[in-house]
Design a protein around this ligand. Structure first.
Ligand code: GMT
Length: 378
């Protein structure tokens, strides 16, 4: 099929999922058109089957806010006409589902019907979308989509609780390409980051308030009191600078490395012993799944969809949000015994196999086909 994918091109999980999905679909013979304001970060290679169309929003002094939705809808109309795109898959409801609906209506004027599949990712529902300023438009776009998917059962339940939804929601979990985590190198060059006797703890996120960055630092502070350890902080965002200040205040700056955004997540995870994700809310926790695929156990909060990924006492431990003491205790429990750590690592890797891309992508293909066929008979 010819599939248009709309997403945020940044380091966030929704953009990563959209990009990996598009690349896998292209390998399966589909023609993929990414339509967004910048080339997605994980999209390094364009090919015969993978195209990128940039949405330009010209600056005009009259506008206090530049009208991105308008530019996106217009671009979608043009690209559907030019390339014969048969289905539009929009990731993150705001404003993508809304812009796609406008494009669909404009195309109808030309007797073209392009079905819209909307994937809800998390904050578009739980944090941003349910705000009264956006709620009517988000509800409308969910209900007008030809098919709606959510990345976890928990997110589906949140959507039904927070919005007046009369559309069905299919749960399709996020995924990873397991083969990318099977590498030949046995030396992860951990020696560059830590001494042999030091445990390596890692956190990867967009450093927003929802990630509870101070809890990450406090958990690590408790760990390093019990054993030699280093903390790897990967990502960029508003909470990064306060986190650096907290490390200085706690006197642990020499044990914490701030990487910034990285395209070498697999290398960092390769030498990690434990992953921390104490988020306030998390629809799925793709970063935790990526850690598990690298054989890294997870200490997390028990919020949202995380329990669908991280298994209590098997792949790591889950605690109530902000229960730093419990998270620290669990982290120390895993890290303080070599054999136990190895067992948790093996369990984490095994659990990640359930989310292999080859099992999940056919579920999206089925939705595209089904939606396309239904729309064609209408
Ligand atoms: O909060 C983030 O990590 C970014 C955000 C996004 O939209 O990119 O992530 C959301 O979507 C990811 C992919 O589906 C999920 O794995 C994250 O759990 C979800 N974030 C939240 O719900 C806070």
């Amino acid at each position: 099929m010819k599939i248009g994918i709309v997403c945020y091109p940044t380091f966030g999980g929704s953009g990563v999922v959209a990009t990996e999905l598009g690349l896998e679909l292209s390998k399966r013979g589909h023609e993929i058109h990414f339509i967004t304001y910048r080339q997605p970060v994980r999209l390094d290679l364009l090919s015969q089957n993978v195209h990128f169309h940039e949405v330009n929003v010209p600056e005009y002094p009259l506008f206090h806010y530049q009208p991105y939705e308008l530019a996106l809808s217009s671009k979608l109309v043009d690209m559907v006409k030019l390339h014969g795109i048969e289905v539009l898959h929009v990731h993150y409801a705001i404003p993508h589902a809304y812009a796609a609906y406008m494009a669909q209506k404009m195309l109808e004027e030309n007797d073209i019907y392009v079905p819209i599949v909307t994937t809800l990712h998390g904050t578009d529902i739980t944090l941003v979308g349910s705000h009264p300023f956006y709620k009517p438009a988000v509800t409308f776009s969910i209900n007008k989509s030809d098919a709606v998917t959510s990345v976890s059962q928990s997110l589906k339940e949140d959507t039904l609780r927070l919005f007046d939804v009369d559309n069905g929601i299919h749960v399709i979990p996020n995924f990873i390409d397991i083969s990318k985590y099977k590498h030949d190198y046995t030396d992860c060059q951990r020696g560059m980051m830590a001494e042999d006797n030091e445990r390596i703890i890692t956190h990867i996120s967009n450093f927003r308030e929802v990630k509870q960055i101070p809890d990450v630092i406090k958990i690590f502070y408790n760990i390093q009191k019990e054993m030699p350890a280093k903390l790897m902080m990967v990502g960029e965002g508003p909470e990064k600078e306060p986190a650096e200040r907290l490390c200085r205040k706690l006197g642990i700056s020499d044990k914490v490395v701030f990487f910034g955004n990285s395209n070498e997540i697999d290398k960092i995870l390769c030498f990690s012993d434990l992953f921390l994700l104490p988020s306030l809310t998390e629809s799925f926790g793709l970063a935790a799944l990526e850690a598990m695929a690298s054989g890294v156990p997870v200490i997390s909060s028990n919020t949202g969809g995380i329990p669908e990924v991280n298994v209590q006492g098997v792949t790591g431990f889950l605690s109530n949000v902000n229960d730093v003491e419990d998270m620290s205790k669990n982290a120390i429990h895993i890290l303080s015994d070599d054999l136990r750590l190895q067992q948790f690592k093996a369990n984490a890797k095994l659990q990640s196999n359930k989310f292999d891309i080859h099992q999940i992508v056919p579920k999206y293909e089925a939705i595209y086909k089904d939606t396309f066929n239904k729309c064609m008979v209408m």
